[in-house]
Design a protein around this ligand. Structure first.
Ligand SMILES: [Fe+2]
Length: 329
């Protein structure tokens, strides 16, 4: 479906209002030659309508994920009141991203630059408050993920609070978020995750992602992948990880689940991470200050576990991809 620029500006405007963008704020948009021009223009127009000061910095096409902008652009981003990250490839798990956030500069990662996500999944305060409430409920509890096809993964000691993504930032404490949001995530301390994860949804290894023909089984010991088994997709995933020559790409980065009821079951892209009840795990870099992760790696790969269960403190809260909301109170 195609959307007019007027409709896109309207959606971007609602997002920026939720982020508290106001008259006189210095808004810096970081984007590149691969991002849809209308997507960039939507945020430019929205910020303009709020009477903000604006700077759009356009780099060359980002050919690989997890690569930061050049220093000259980083210097500009560090001086913003808010950064809108519209880059075509994600780089939020880089030390450079963390360094901007640590300066107190908020960053809204504007999703995968897909117009349909912007239009169909505008964040709302109501959904945001719901995600935050569930995040609080989960914090401090033991977590186990299981599935009928063999996943049995345990976080023996979470060590950190859960974090959340609601699609808007809230100064001064919630400086990073990812549009469209609707996700709660745990970045467990290194060494605390063991078991097996059998991946049957899209996995970002190799990048940008593949739905495996046969499920791929990851054996994890004290947060590190020690074995990858399955068909050709398992071999390809292993070769992809090895290609970085970086031991940290094998480390467990986060687990999370989606809380957005607006994403249909048929969505098989990585955006399905936010689908209500969808459990996702990730390996590689976890260096995002708000989640507490502290491992820098050359890649961050999300992997979807379809129809999986989540048990917290011996209580089933997600049953085959369905959230049991009555248990989350
Ligand atoms: Fe992730």
């Amino acid at each position: 479906m195609d959307f007019s620029i007027t409709e896109l500006i309207n959606a971007a405007h609602k997002c920026l209002v939720l982020c508290g963008v106001k008259s006189g704020d210095m808004v810096v948009i970081w984007t590149d030659a691969r991002t849809d021009t209308e997507f960039n223009q939507a945020f430019f127009g929205a910020a303009l309508s709020l009477d903000a000061e604006l700077l759009m910095v356009v780099g060359t096409r980002t050919v690989r994920p997890n690569v930061p902008p050049p220093d000259i652009a980083l210097d500009l981003l560090k001086k913003a009141d808010i950064v809108l990250d519209c880059a075509s490839s994600p780089w939020m798990y880089t030390p450079e991203y963390a360094s901007i956030l640590k300066l107190g500069v908020p960053i809204l990662h504007c999703g995968a630059n897909r117009k349909e996500d912007l239009m169909n999944r505008i964040p709302t305060r109501e959904m945001g408050e719901n995600v935050k409430m569930i995040t609080q409920f989960l914090t401090g509890k033991k977590v186990r993920i299981t599935s009928d096809i063999g996943t049995d993964l345990e976080v023996v000691e979470p060590g950190r609070p859960w974090s959340y993504f609601v699609g808007y930032i809230e100064r001064p404490d919630h400086l990073y978020d990812s549009l469209p949001g609707g996700v709660t995530a745990l970045y467990p301390k290194v060494g605390t995750v063991s078991g097996t994860a059998v991946v049957d949804g899209i996995m970002q290894a190799p990048w940008p992602g593949v739905v495996p023909e046969a499920p791929v089984k990851f054996t994890i010991k004290e947060s590190r992948i020690i074995k990858i088994e399955g068909g050709n997709d398992a071999k390809n995933a292993e070769a992809f990880f090895e290609s970085f020559n970086d031991p940290n790409v094998h480390l467990f980065a986060h687990l999370c689940f989606g809380l957005d009821p607006r994403i249909g079951k048929a969505v098989a892209t990585i955006e399905a991470e936010a689908r209500e009840g969808q459990i996702t795990i990730a390996f590689g870099s976890s260096i995002l200050p708000m989640g507490g992760g502290d491992v820098a790696a050359k890649i961050h790969c999300d992997m979807l576990l379809m129809d999986a269960d989540m048990i917290v403190d011996d209580q089933l809260i997600i049953d085959k991809g369905k959230i049991l909301y009555e248990k989350l109170k």
